[in-house]
Write a protein that binds this ligand. Structure first.
Ligand code: SAH
Ligand code: SF4
Length: 351
């Protein structure tokens, strides 16, 4: 490959779409390693060695939507559905806090049972009992609802745009509108949330150009957090039998996301670890990631939250996940943050 691109990265000159496509297409292991090393240096320079732990509570697998890739889509009659009662959610949050996690992530399908009032009461109670930051990942709502959730004390919101290609988005979402998704991200930012988004890698029909545009979109949106993970094909969805994403391309996207966006929080995703259970998280941490999300969902619900098959850690209790993840982080020479790990972007919340 042309050394001009390495110079661009080393001199922190913005990459063009064409540059990113060239880098995503690298297949020579030595060149890939050069990309990864550079991403790791930029990670160290902009976010340091600390890894932030965010305790994940998957509190409902009931969803009104039918995203074609997702195992808990409304049309899947093969799974048993659950909703965690409020007391169980609070217990899980307290357990996360007792492990030293400074953030909890409340994630679910788009479940209308959890009205804004119910969620607001939960947020307040969790904040009263432990001083954790709260991230919501509950799908799309209207602007007033986001505002109420923020007013109740939620700090952050994760809403992946899944792909920046509107046609590809449309082909995967029978009942979601690309513009509304993008508008939601703008509302969340206006309201004052620290905003996270992201995409899946290896979606059926997705090209390297699409991924390059995704990475440039991350920068344009000035996101505080960016989650990128492989698409993993689920047998009980309309996309059954399609190929899953690839670990190497995912790592290249993680690396380029770090290089292009510099100081965002980037998780080593569970989906990547599912493709590479032995070292997926460690590899992600070595090519730009600085966040890990240990699962604190009660064991009885774990395997029911099956966005994709063969999800790892469905049989490990929260304390086992805690120990396992800490060891993995230390094994790659990194430290664990004792702070909340708020956004590092200047002029935004929680700096
Ligand atoms: N309902 C909320 C949050 C839960 S889904 C929402 O959609 O925002 C969280 C994320 O899981 C989605 O954004 C999507 O990127 C990811 N996901 C869903 N199905 C997947 C699959 N088959 N493979 C990999 N990731 C998947
Ligand atoms: Fe529901 Fe989210 Fe799955 Fe779409 S991705 S079906 S909104 S849980």
């Amino acid at each position: 490959m042309n050394s001009e691109l390495w110079e661009k990265i080393d001199n922190e000159i913005p990459l063009t779409k064409e540059d990113i496509v060239t880098l995503l297409a690298l297949s020579d292991p030595v060149e890939m390693e050069s990309l990864f090393k550079r991403a790791d240096l930029i990670r160290k320079k902009y976010v340091g060695d600390d890894v932030h732990l965010r305790g994940l509570i998957e509190f409902s697998n009931i969803c009104r939507k039918g995203c074609y890739y997702c195992g808990i889509r409304s049309g899947n009659t093969e799974i048993q559905r659950y909703r965690m009662p409020g007391e169980e959610i609070i217990l899980a949050a307290n357990m996360a806090a007792s492990f030293g996690y400074k953030t909890i992530v409340l994630q679910s399908g788009e479940d209308p049972y959890y009205t804004v009032d119910i969620l607001a009461a939960l947020i307040k109670e969790i904040k009263r009992e432990s001083h954790v930051a709260i991230t919501l990942s509950i799908g799309e709502r209207e602007r007033e609802e986001y505002q109420k959730l923020f007013d109740a004390g939620a700090d952050r919101f994760l809403l992946r745009f899944e792909t920046s290609n509107p046609d590809l988005y449309k082909s995967l979402h029978p009942d979601s509108d690309f513009q509304h998704r993008m508008q939601s991200l703008i509302w969340l930012r206006e309201i004052g949330f620290q905003v996270g988004s992201g995409v899946m890698i290896g979606l059926p029909g997705q090209t390297l150009e699409d991924l390059a545009m995704d990475i440039l979109k991350f920068k344009e949106l000035e996101l505080d957090m960016i989650g990128v993970g492989p698409y993993i094909s689920h047998p009980d969805t309309p996309l059954a039998g399609s190929a899953s994403g690839d670990a190497d391309i995912t790592l290249k996207v993680v690396a380029l996301t770090r290089i292009v966006t510099r100081n965002t929080h980037i998780p080593a995703t569970t989906a990547l670890a599912t493709l590479r259970p032995s070292d997926g998280r460690e590899k992600a941490l070595q090519v730009g990631a600085n966040v890990v999300m240990p699962n604190v969902t009660p064991l009885k619900y774990r395997e029911l939250y099956e966005l994709y098959p063969d999800k790892i850690c469905v049989n490990e209790a929260a304390d086992q996940c805690n120990n396992c993840i800490r060891q993995r982080i230390y094994s790659v020479g990194r430290t664990i943050s004792s702070g909340h790990g708020h956004s590092l972007k200047t002029g935004q919340n929680g700096v």
